[in-house]
Ligand binder design. Structure first.
Ligand code: SOE
Length: 383
């Protein structure tokens, strides 16, 4: 079994661990948290043999082959560098780093060291997204004219919604676009096989000041429970709309928001081609809409027997046994660990897991989006 360590135990670390266990290919032998006590408590809770309070200790664990970086954004680049320097294969949460310059450096380091490098762009791993990409590849969609959609959430709707992601020093200068717009861009570049080359963006900060809970706790006043808040200035965007130009001349657009009441994690897309359209919604992941002009439209469901043969293994159960986000995570880990097992990165452009190249690519796009908003003009993505 491949021996794996996981750094960071917030929302996403345990999601990695669960997906890893479901692959049957690896053993999670150690995790790392902010202190020895925290790490050992979490390790015991998740039934992992070793817990370490520092990255150095985790990297020194005997026999460790792969490390997952599941820390907050501002730590990604430094820890990715450490993992690569220790000669371990690396799977990083997005964003790859805080700046495009660091992203370029990390791609070079990963390539030079020969480690397998993966990045957590999970939405391309849904069975029906794979099916959409397969249909584009085999020509079923025809010539693509247009690609549109969005990614809407509501967890930042209230003035009192505040966490580290809001702070540019910890989350990065872009929030909604970097956090979820990057997923949309990766997914659509994957599905269409086209690259976004120019962007024109209009972003908004809906709450220029947010109220952060002091100490994250509560104080008691007059027998009632009341929370104390402090005002925090906000520079990172809550929403944005972006026009796109792809490298084949086709056009697109998408909207991103973390303040859309009722939308929890709604990544949607539609691709319009000369032969048909394709549409998908992450909140109803088992269906792919196929739109026609001269015959009735179709809903394809996630039955392995109905999917294209090259992607049928991305659905693991008979049709109607709905597979979603944790299953896409499992698919992503299976692809990554196949590469670890063979010691070879998949060929560039091959439909597999996202690499540090893809992570860097999304950063260049987000950087261009922020520049476009600031300069109020079209910006070329600087790759
Ligand atoms: C919060 O917006 C978040 O958890 C993102 O950080 C993830 O990348 C996305 O998959 C779901 O939403």
């Amino acid at each position: 079994m491949i021996q794996v360590g996981v750094i960071g135990t917030g929302f996403i670390g345990p999601a990695h661990i669960e997906a890893l266990r479901r692959t049957g290919m690896v053993e999670v032998v150690a995790l790392c948290d902010v202190s020895d006590e925290a790490a050992q408590a979490k390790a015991a809770e998740l039934n992992i043999p070793h817990g370490y309070g520092s990255v150095e200790q985790l990297l020194a664990h005997p026999g460790l082959q792969v490390v997952h970086n599941c820390t907050p954004n501002h730590l990604h680049a430094a820890i990715n560098r450490q993992i690569i320097a220790a000669g371990k294969h690396v799977f990083s949460e997005k964003p790859l780093s805080m700046t495009p310059e660091e992203a370029r450096e990390l791609v070079t380091l990963a390539e030079q060291s020969g480690v397998i490098h993966g990045l957590s762009f999970v939405y391309r791993q849904f069975a029906m997204v794979q099916q959409a990409a397969s249909m584009v590849r085999n020509g079923s969609v025809g010539r693509i004219f247009s690609t549109q959609g969005g990614y809407l959430q509501d967890w930042m709707l209230l003035e009192t919604d505040y966490n580290w992601r809001v702070d540019a020093a910890l989350g990065g200068r872009s929030r909604a676009l970097a956090d979820i717009g990057s997923h949309w861009c990766d997914t659509l570049q994957f599905v269409t096989g086209r690259r976004i080359v120019e962007v024109m963006a209009d972003l908004s900060v809906v709450w220029p000041t947010r109220k952060a809970s002091v100490g994250g706790g509560q104080t008691f006043t007059g027998g009632q429970t009341a929370q104390r808040f402090e005002d925090k200035a906000v520079t990172t965007e809550d929403r944005g709309a972006v026009l796109l130009r792809f490298d084949d001349g086709s056009k697109g657009s998408f909207t991103v928001s973390q303040v859309s009441a009722g939308r929890k994690n709604q990544l949607t897309f539609e691709v319009n081609g000369s032969d048909c359209s394709l549409g998908w919604d992450q909140e109803v992941p088992q269906r792919l809409w196929i739109g026609h002009r001269q015959q009735p439209n179709q809903w394809l469901s996630d039955d392995p027997g109905l999917l294209n043969p090259d992607v049928a293994d991305r659905a693991h159960f008979p049709g109607g046994h709905i597979e979603g986000w944790p299953d896409a995570f499992k698919n992503m880990m299976i692809q990554f660990y196949r590469a670890v097992a063979t010691g070879k990165m998949p060929a560039t452009g091959q439909a597999s897991f996202a690499s540090f190249h893809d992570g860097a690519d999304a950063m260049y796009i987000v950087d261009a989006i922020v520049e476009s908003h600031q300069q109020q003009r079209w910006i070329t993505v600087a790759r």
